[in-house]
Design a protein around this ligand. Structure first.
Ligand code: LLP
Length: 432
């Protein structure tokens, strides 16, 4: 990983050269790392457990190129908006392998999903079911559905990314006595097919405790449905949420750490309930792409507050990575052009937005010689950064570069100031 010239090298590319060539801030994504994760999914989940499927949760990071990498690995894609569907479609993604989520899909999005042949629509509420049926009838298609269930379990994660509790905005509550009727209704419908159920308990989980609890609840309910109305659950989609390290010494958790005991539990519970084993799907997002991405920044002003602290200002911040502010996320990094120097100086790295809260990394160690022009590489930024970036303070969005064994390709252009003005109009009376 570290070249002799003491520059940080990422997937065969000198990151200081990348910063010089493509400018900063810069998202750098390793194709090799993404493909390694996909291989691990295949080896330790798909091949190990026949009948399973995996879809990548594209909300973590999606571009046309990413869709093509995922397609070439044979995985499916979780999409959650018209924009994500459109991106997948334009990338030539096999649409039958996409799964459409969301707590409030619009009719236009449903039409797009049905016309492009999305593989599964995950229905989130009774009112949405009505809209799905009406839309399917109008355009005369018969979409395959899953119902999203809020299993009523708490996930050990930040409350903003916990989604399995019974009062969550996502999914049907199992306390809802009309749910069985709704299953019946789809069974009787000529315009919809119900394949099974979905849950997603939360994101950035460090254990599978809440997945296991959710499996118990769901499979028990699937057993009851089978006995009560003869519904056979073909598919159980257990969502994503598999976490990644937040500290350099935390260590990476292999997929099997999460999925092996979940698969055992699904088998055991299904046997107990006397139902046949459903086809199990997973939807990892962060686990696939987080560690495959780094962000490069150029160091600018350095402000020493005697006896207190040192601020290091970088040329990006909460606009390209809002996660520290939103979820208290922690990151770590290195000075890419000073790899040989010991990190002995404690600094706080801040972004350039007009907000005191725009702190990317608090109390991190860097070489004593840090100065304007150095390149800071921040690790583990592949997930939910580019996809959550904003233009706050009218900062243009960074470019994205795909690196692969020493080759670098710009896959998203840096926004220009003109891009920021695109779509704006001045009303006639204010023009002169
Ligand atoms: N499936 C569903 C239905 C989801 O809602 C999500 C994430 C995933 C799969 C993938 O979860 P993952 O494997 O990436 O944890 N912006 C937040 C994360 C929000 C996650 C939303 N749903 C963050 O930056 O931490």
């Amino acid at each position: 990983m570290f070249a002799e010239e003491k520059h940080f090298v990422f997937d065969g590319c000198d990151t200081v050269e990348l910063a010089d060539t493509f400018g900063t801030p810069l998202y750098v994504v390793s194709e090799t790392a993404i493909r390694e994760r996909c291989c691990e999914i295949k080896r330790d989940f798909l091949d190990k457990y026949p009948g399973t499927r995996a879809v990548y949760a594209s909300k973590a990071f999606l571009t046309l190129t990413m869709a093509r990498i995922i397609a070439s690995e044979g995985l499916g894609l979780d999409v959650v908006s018209g924009g994500e569907i459109y991106t997948a479609y334009k990338a030539g993604f096999p649409m039958e392998k996409t799964i459409f989520h969301g707590n409030n899909k619009t009719q236009e999005e449903l039409v797009l999903a049905m016309q492009t042949g999305v593989g599964r629509i995950v229905v989130d509420s009774e009112s949405e079911l009505e809209l799905v049926e009406k839309t399917a009838r109008t355009i005369d298609v018969r979409p395959a559905l899953l119902f999203r269930i809020a299993p009523g379990v708490d996930a050990e994660t930040h409350q903003y990314i916990a989604t399995g509790h019974s009062t969550s905005k996502f999914g049907f509550s199992l306390n809802d006595s009309s749910l069985e009727q709704l299953v019946r209704r789809v069974m009787d419908s000529d315009h919809m097919v119900l394949k099974g159920f979905h849950f997603h308990v939360g994101s950035q989980l460090q254990s599978n405790r809440s997945h296991l609890l959710a499996v118990d609840v769901l499979v028990h309910w699937m057993g009851a449905l089978s006995r009560n109305i003869g519904f056979v659950t073909e598919e159980l989609n257990i969502g994503g949420g598999f976490g990644v390290p937040q500290q350099p010494d935390e260590g990476r958790k292999p997929l099997a750490y999460f999925t092996d005991s979940i698969m055992t539990r699904i088998r055991e519970e299904s046997e107990k309930e006397g139902i046949s084993l459903p086809s199990v799907l997973i939807e990892p997002g962060r686990w696939v792409v987080s560690e495959a991405g780094i962000t490069l920044y150029r160091v600018g002003s350095i402000k020493e507050i005697p006896g207190a602290m040192t601020y290091v200002g970088i040329d990006g911040g909460m606009t390209d990575n809002p996660r520290p502010e939103l979820y208290g996320a922690q990151y770590w990094g290195v000075l890419a052009n000073k790899m040989g120097e010991p990190a002995v100086k404690q600094v706080t790295v801040v972004g350039k937005c007009c907000e005191s809260g725009d702190v990317l990394m608090r109390d991190v160690m860097v070489p004593d010689s840090i100065r304007r022009g150095d390149v800071l590489a921040v690790f583990n930024t592949g997930a939910y950064t580019f996809s959550m970036a904003s233009n706050y303070n009218r900062l243009p969005r960074p470019a994205v570069v795909l690196v692969h064994e020493g080759e670098a390709h710009a896959i998203v252009k840096r926004q220009s100031y003109d891009d920021l003005l695109r779509g704006e109009e001045i009303p006639e009376h204010l023009r002169s």
